[in-house]
Design a protein around this ligand. Structure first.
Ligand code: 3PG
Length: 223
């Protein structure tokens, strides 16, 4: 089914209202897929972004959709139209890109699931805005201005909301989440590579719990 961009914006809002923290995962071993997702879920995380940075990305998306239907599974690091189609085929419920191209923005216009395009500048926001996009990933957030950039964007870009991602950890989370134009925050800090390698699922659950405790009270209540 093809959705309109406005429908997809609404869907993105529902996803981020339910789950404002988005762990970004690069799956290295097939055996990690379910225990990692379960560790995140045990810590209160219900939405995941599985990237195509490893060859297991697509398979992990399909497996999680089949075996953990209670979770919301997005696809990340989608770089072109071919990958966009492959993550749709794998069952991704939303698509995240590190930047925006005409090809990706056009595909997202009537995609069956929402596209969250990556932007790093005001001009890229306007490229998306012109087509009707109102939700963006700010990437790499800490490099392209972070909190100061988001505050500056709140003047000219009213009604536009962001999911900053890139270089954000527990230390800065509260400050990002306090911004009116931030709908959520993404990153790898909730499932650090070393903990995944060690299979320290309990530590990952604890990191998620600790992160979720930093959500403003209203957002915690909405979960
Ligand atoms: C992304 O692609 O979203 C970033 O690489 C997240 O990684 P970081 O939180 O480690 O910066």
């Amino acid at each position: 089914m093809h959705m309109s961009l406005a429908d997809n914006t609404r869907t993105l809002d529902q996803i981020f209202t339910r789950a404002p923290l988005l762990p970004v995962l690069s799956i290295q071993r097939e055996a990690d897929v379910l225990p990692l997702a379960d560790a995140l879920a045990a810590g209160g995380i219900t939405t995941l972004e599985v990237t195509l940075r490893t060859p297991l990305g697509l398979k992990a998306i399909a497996r999680l959709r089949a075996e953990r239907p209670q979770l919301t599974i997005g696809a990340g690091t989608v770089l072109d139209g071919r990958q966009f189609q492959s993550v749709l085929d794998a069952g991704a419920q939303f698509v995240v890109t590190p930047g925006c191209t005409d090809e990706l923005l056009t595909l997202g216009l009537d995609s069956p699931v929402p596209l969250l395009p990556g932007i790093a500048t005001a001009s890229e926001i306007l490229m998306g805005y012109r087509l009707g996009y109102r939700r963006f990933k700010l990437f790499p957030a800490e490099v392209v201005g972070g909190i100061a950039a988001l505050k500056s964007y709140s003047g000219p870009f009213q009604g536009i909301r962001f999911c900053p991602t890139g270089g954000i950890g527990l230390g800065k989370l509260t400050d990002y989440l306090a911004l009116d134009n931030v709908m959520g925050v993404g990153g790898t800090w909730m499932a650090p590579k070393a903990l995944v390698e060690q299979g320290d699922w309990a530590a990952i659950s604890r990191l998620c719990e600790e992160s979720l405790r930093l959500l403003p009270a209203g957002q915690q209540a909405r979960r």
